[in-house]
Design a protein around this ligand. Sequence first.
Ligand SMILES: [Zn+2]
Length: 418
Amino acid sequence: MTCLCGLAYLPSLGFEEACVHFDSTVRRVFKAGDSCERVDVILPGFVDLHVHMRGMEQRHKGEWRTESLAALHGGVTVVVDMPNNLPKIDSPSALERKLREADGESYVDFLLYTAYPFLPDDGYVAGIKLFPEDLRNDLNGIFSRASSLGKIVVVHAEDPLILDEADRPTGVEDHWRGHPELAEELAVRRVLWLAARHGSRVRIAHSTLPSTLRAVRDARIRGVDATSEVTPHHIMYGHEDSRSLGPLAKVNPPLRSRKIADELRGMVWAGMADFLATDHAPHSPEEKSMDYGAMPPGMPWLDVMAPLLMSSIGEGILPAEVIDMYSSRPAAHLGLRRGRIAPGCGADLVVLRKRPWVVSEDDLYTKAGSSPLIGRRLDWTVDRVYLRGELAFQDGPVVGEGFGSPASTSWTRATPAG
Ligand SMILES: [Zn+2]
């Protein structure tokens, strides 16, 4: 049994001085204890609903061993991985191959999404991801199947016809012109309508617009099981930041204006966004140095998450509730008893130390070798990370590759009485 005392982030209390007694699960949370080790801050392990670990035929971009170590380094203990691999995860054989790879290499626990139209009933499959191209199909069938299985339909909500008709940008600075806001608005309305019609759980990935968060909230008031993600980049940057971000500023959906990003962050303060998810998307440095048209979209985040969030809370940029948006809420969404420092929950704990550092490429485990925060000073350092009560990270991995396991969603549909 281990015992740590410090400023802990506790469910519904927020930051409180407390001691946490744990083995594989949290046993006790109490006010004071003489025999406990003192640390600065204890956070619940983060649960990232939206990452791209790569691997398979794209090991040059990222591998489960590198990206899951980046996750652990950032205080993320559970990830849910997207299916746009090479090959796509749209068949039992591709899914089986990915499961084997992830299970053999991952440092953190994980769940997987499958690609349209493949959606099996396995416990480690959280749901299906729909990309803009998939929205060209009649989606009644997949919404209905997801509803009957209790799986989540995660949507990259941009209408492909609007994207076809949009301007052709010529550089990273005007990448947003190729992705009109209307594309997101229309796709959001459509999938909320489909979810209402079929009683499916739907989640809007990487919401970029205040109207998206409002639409999800309004749908929920009408009884639809709808939720929303926001990413760190869409709430912190506008396309005006393209110059300083460089090639990383090419992301889909795009960075909107700073004004919209500020509004979106305001909605996070107002409790209007359900989840924070990084959309961690590594590419090789060679790929990101190609010219605008050829360069693939995406930016890596995982390595820096715990220090970024603690520093941002300290600076008043983000509310403390952003911790819930990245731990207890996504865990509950997946049906996992984790992401909370509370008795009976899995002991996934992140210990932070107040020690300022400036982010450099050398600090990162992601194969992308880059971060939007290069050169930025952060006030906090990850001291260690416990996963299911085991010390997994301290100045590097303490456990071996493959320590992570497939988690299992225990979410089940409420069966109507009688
Ligand atoms: Zn993504």
